[in-house]
Design a protein around this ligand. Structure first.
Ligand code: 15L
Length: 246
């Protein structure tokens, strides 16, 4: 999103745990460890809005997830509160809901069923953002991103795919809708096969313009018949439901 998000602001402040090199025109770079509260405080100073895509983004052992996704989220919301930032777009994940079946459709009110420590940490992010909305009025869009890649890589991603352009449209909608509140929205393109119902997020005004449908035949042709006894085929979280010590 680095290039696309420049259209949304005068100055785009970027941050990562690792060195991002030189800032380009219209950018600032603040290297920060999310688990370091002082570093996060400095990162958030003077920001008008936060698009939080940091942290561990796949299933992983508990310790790094605790540091970046749990303590890191607390540090981020404390920094937002202290600096008066009023809007956050939080990259949540479909893995908050990974143990729903691929034969089910979930909406924003379906109870979370995380498929691992990663999904659990995203459910925590959704909860802490709700607390900071209820107490301090910091609005957050919890975007349960499906699979954002140039193309769907497998049959599961026909349901979860989110094009880069639609992801940018979605972030833009979250940043610009007049009243966001604390909202949960599924981040996918306009895919005919879908496990997600966004009828409770109409106020955000997101309209996907892309669809996995154009890739469907090719994906079917290059992938084998699914083994219906495989949990990765049964559950929405796909292979994530089988990763790690759980
Ligand atoms: C995610 O949450 C991950 O960040 C991403 O790497 C994908 O694996 C995606 O979910 C997915 O479910 O395909």
């Amino acid at each position: 999103m680095r290039e696309r998000l420049k259209a949304n602001c005068d100055v785009l402040r970027l941050s990562d745990l690792v060195d991002m090199g030189q800032a380009k025109a219209g950018e600032e770079i603040v290297q920060a460890d999310l688990a370091d509260s002082q570093a996060v405080l400095a990162m958030v100073k003077d920001c008008q809005a936060i698009v939080h895509f940091g942290g561990v983004s796949v299933e992983a052992p508990w310790t790094p997830i605790l540091q970046a996704n749990i303590i890191g989220l607390y540090n981020l919301y404390e920094a937002a509160r202290l600096h008066g930032v009023k809007r956050v777009v939080f990259a949540s994940s479909n893995h908050v809901m990974g143990f729903y079946r691929q034969s089910e459709v979930v909406d924003a009110l379906s109870p979370p069923r995380p498929d691992g420590f990663y999904g659990l940490s995203k459910a925590f992010g959704e909860d802490i953002s709700r607390l900071y909305f209820d107490r301090y009025g910091i609005e957050t869009a919890c975007v349960r991103i499906g699979s954002s890649y140039p193309e769907p890589k497998d049959r599961r991603m026909l349901a979860t795919w989110l094009s880069y352009d639609d992801l940018h449209r979605l972030i833009t909608a979250c940043l610009t809708t007049q009243v966001l509140g604390h909202s949960i929205i599924y981040g996918t393109s306009d895919n005919s096969i879908s496990w997600y119902d966004n009828h409770l997020a109409k106020h955000i005004g997101y309209r996907p313009l892309d669809s996995s449908d154009v890739f469907r035949e090719a994906v079917y042709a290059r992938t084998g018949e699914p083994d219906l006894s495989d949990p990765a085929i049964q559950f929405q979280g796909g292979g994530f439901v089988k990763i790690g010590p759980l």
